[in-house]
Design a protein around this ligand. Structure first.
Ligand SMILES: O=C(O)CCC(=O)C(=O)O
Ligand SMILES: [Fe+2]
Length: 352
């Protein structure tokens, strides 16, 4: 039975917690594992808000396909993507991901700035509020990363993620249909709910539902390890911890000091008591990106400058790393084109 991934649990909002110590623990976890659980006692994002977001998600994915089709994903990375639209690991997967997703871009005055299904109209403002809470938590984490890395000024990352400026940040609702259902008929043993990948942005927040297994990380020993929804010690918290992981952009920005770890969602992911993959699975991700025009110049931190450990892994996330300083938007576009094969292929054909 595969052993669960070793991922530290950190409480960033504990009363009287020493922020310098919290910042150091976060950086250590991000440098060693690339993943960290943020204990969720409901101070940053309440259990009720999270539950409400999952209810909205269930409403969305049970909306008729024709209605979702009207909001089909566009090249701005906003909208609905149906089964197999995204292929996170195109080199290995024979067929795209067994999942549906809906990406929300920015909101303005409680309103989405993109088409949304009519079934979501009554929930529009609450989705915007939830997205805002995710954005605020990310900025709090980015400030802690800046402090923990000794970046001068400490708000270097936080300031680059100002919510006032356009960015690629996305709130994503995800739905994985159950195995052996109409939507997954024909799936083979080696097919995946989400192919192996690392995330593209700075940091990702991931919300999951108790009992729903499936997420695995690739360990340094090249084995897949399940990531329990409620690791020991968090079973009685009001809400499962929020899983935070480092994306390629932040890894690249920090010369690979912060690790961007490969992960996937499998149909069979054993090893965690009380969790199973036989049910439909829902998860919610917030992908946090810097303002689009941010130039990914070296981070003003001695620790980053002196880090020479793993430059190769930074390069992996960004094949152009050696050639030029990219902007955040150029970095994102490069990655989107690789995983939305049809969306971009179709366009190539049309422009011929
Ligand atoms: O659904 C999950 O647990 C993970 C999803 C994920 O890794 C992603 O969308 O990038
Ligand atoms: Fe991911």
């Amino acid at each position: 039975m595969p052993e669960a991934a070793k991922i530290p649990i950190i409480d960033i909002s504990a009363d009287g917690a020493d922020q310098a110590q919290v910042a150091k623990a976060l950086v250590d976890a991000a440098a060693e594992y690339g993943f960290v659980y943020i204990k969720n006692a409901g101070k940053d994002i309440s259990a009720e808000q999270i539950e409400n977001a999952f209810n909205v998600s269930r409403t969305l994915f049970s909306t008729p396909t024709e209605e979702k089709q009207k909001c089909k994903i566009q090249k701005n990375n906003q909208g609905w993507s149906g089964m197999h639209t995204e292929t996170l690991d195109p080199k290995t997967q024979r067929v795209g991901d067994f999942k549906e997703a809906f990406n929300f871009g920015p909101f303005s005055d409680g309103k989405a700035t993109q088409p949304i299904p009519s079934t979501l109209s009554v929930h529009e403002a609450s989705i915007g509020t939830f997205r805002g809470a995710c954005e605020a938590l990310c900025r709090k984490l980015l400030l802690l990363f800046g402090q923990g890395l000794g970046v001068d000024p400490a708000d270097f990352f936080e300031a680059a993620h100002s919510p006032e400026r356009p960015s690629g940040s996305i709130l994503r609702l995800l739905y994985y249909p159950p195995p052996n259902s109409g939507a997954t008929a024909g799936a083979r043993g080696d097919d995946l709910r989400a192919g192996a990948h690392s995330d593209y942005g700075s940091i990702t927040l991931l919300f999951r539902v108790r009992g729903q297994a499936g997420l695995e990380v690739l360990t340094p020993a090249n084995a897949w390890a399940p990531v329990p929804v409620c690791p020991p010690g968090t079973e009685h918290d009001p809400s499962p911890p929020i899983l935070v992981n480092i994306g390629d952009l932040l890894s690249y920005w920090t010369n690979g000091l912060l690790r961007s770890t490969v992960h996937r969602v499998a149909f069979e992911a054993g090893g965690v008591e009380g969790e199973s993959t036989s049910e439909p699975r829902y998860s919610i991700a917030f992908f946090c990106h810097p303002a689009s025009e941010t130039r990914l110049v070296p981070v003003p931190s001695q620790r980053v400058r002196e880090f020479r450990g793993d430059l190769d892994s930074a390069k992996e996330g960004n094949p152009y790393a050696e050639r030029m300083v990219l902007t955040a938007d150029e970095h994102l576009q490069m990655r989107l084109q690789a995983s939305y094969l049809q969306l971009y292929e179709k366009e190539k054909a049309e422009t011929k």
